[in-house]
Write a protein that binds this ligand. Structure first.
Ligand code: DAU
Length: 337
């Protein structure tokens, strides 16, 4: 089976590719990634020499490249996305290019080439702030940031292509994902690194915004199950029910890094900041039999240890120096469609 992983050099993809290669023998993985600021082939150094794995540099926003890389593919998992809310507030253009036009290109290629299965990774942010209760798969989309609006547009296209053309697409909505290899701009890796480096951590507003959290490996297992048993045309929420205010996570990170509360710096709130997300993931649990296995405290501890041990990876991400790293390590294998 040939699997096309788009955005495979990003955080989620770089966890999923090794997971698939160690779980299944008889697969071939093509990692198609534009290597933007958030894509880092160094995260995949452990599988780079696996004969079942191949990297192709390219952009889902380029229809010609997407058509070419889709040839002979049995399954697409679309992780390629612009994901950082703060960046979308500064400039949303890349979000529209990748999260809307890119998804359109993938759907068209899947439709025209008859690709058997397409799993599109999306987010709980499409449902907007949920002050009480939970969002289920039927909840109304009320995106409130340019990022969330671009993801909602991509999800609408998936739905439209399933209904209109019978394209075999499954959409997932995931909660906040954390673990090794996350670019150090998101809450957990940013705060971890700042604390380890003796800096302050910028808590937006009062820090009482609530997010729901899932560890990398639990998410990989959920996607795997959805690929195996999910029904085409369906939507699945992927959540753990573990919901916690940002300030509580900040305090856990302070304890794990041996700092104290003087490291907290309350800064101006994010414009339009969603107060709370909460996903109902009963469908995934009852219909497909998924359950999270990692407790938040254990996962957070593992994550902090990983960042402590991978300072060079973080430094290279920050400076963009890993671009030289992949040229040196992967130069011959860097192919563009
Ligand atoms: O909910 C799923 C989403 O989770 C994904 O779809 C997004 O791609 C991903 O970026 C993430 O969005 P968030 O905005 O929730 O993640 P972020 O790590 O940026 O922020 C988490 C919370 O922490 C949020 O309430 C904002 C707050 N925060 C974040 C940063 C970076 C701070 O207070 N200070 C910060 O410096």
């Amino acid at each position: 089976m040939r699997i096309l992983i788009t955005g495979g050099a990003g955080f989620m993809g770089a966890n999923m590719i090794p997971y698939l290669l160690r779980t299944y023998k008889d697969i071939e993985i093509v990692n198609f990634d534009a290597l933007t600021y958030a894509g880092n082939l160094e995260s995949l150094a452990g599988v780079a020499d696996d004969p079942r794995y191949r990297f192709v540099k390219g952009d889902i926003a380029d229809a010609r490249q997407v058509d070419a890389v889709m040839k002979g593919v049995d399954l697409v998992i679309n992780y390629a996305a612009e994901t950082h809310v703060d960046r979308s507030i500064i400039d949303a253009r890349a979000f529209i290019e990748t999260n809307v036009n890119g998804v359109y290109n993938l759907l068209e290629a899947v439709r025209q080439q008859g690709t058997p299965r397409f799993v599109h990774i999306s987010t709980d942010e499409v449902f907007g702030a949920v002050l009480e209760g939970e969002s289920d798969e039927e909840s109304k989309f009320e995106p409130r940031s340019p990022y969330a609006a671009s993801k909602a547009a991509g999800d609408h296209l998936c739905h439209a292509y399933a209904v209109t053309y019978g394209v075999p697409v499954i959409v997932t909505h995931s909660v906040n994902y954390y673990g090794p290899y996350q670019f150090p701009e998101k809450l957990i890796p940013l705060f971890t690194m700042n604390l380890l480096e003796g800096k302050k951590v910028p808590v937006y507003g009062d820090g009482l915004q609530v997010r729901e959290w899932i560890f990398t490996e639990d998410h990989c297992r959920a996607i795997d199950l959805i690929v195996q048993k999910g029904l085409v045309g369906e939507v699945y929420n992927i959540g753990t029910g573990y919901r916690v205010p940002n300030l509580e996570i900040t305090k856990k990170l302070i304890a794990l890094t041996g700092r104290d509360d003087s490291a907290i710096e309350y800064v101006a709130d994010r414009p339009g900041h969603d107060r709370r997300y909460a996903l109902n993931s009963t469908k995934l649990r009852t219909q497909l039999g998924w359950e999270p296995q990692m407790s938040f405290d254990e996962g957070l501890g593992l994550t902090v240890e990983w960042y402590k041990a991978h300072r060079t990876w973080v430094d290279r991400c920050r400076t963009g120096e890993y671009k030289d790293y992949y040229q040196k390590q992967y130069g011959e294998r860097l192919k563009t469609v």
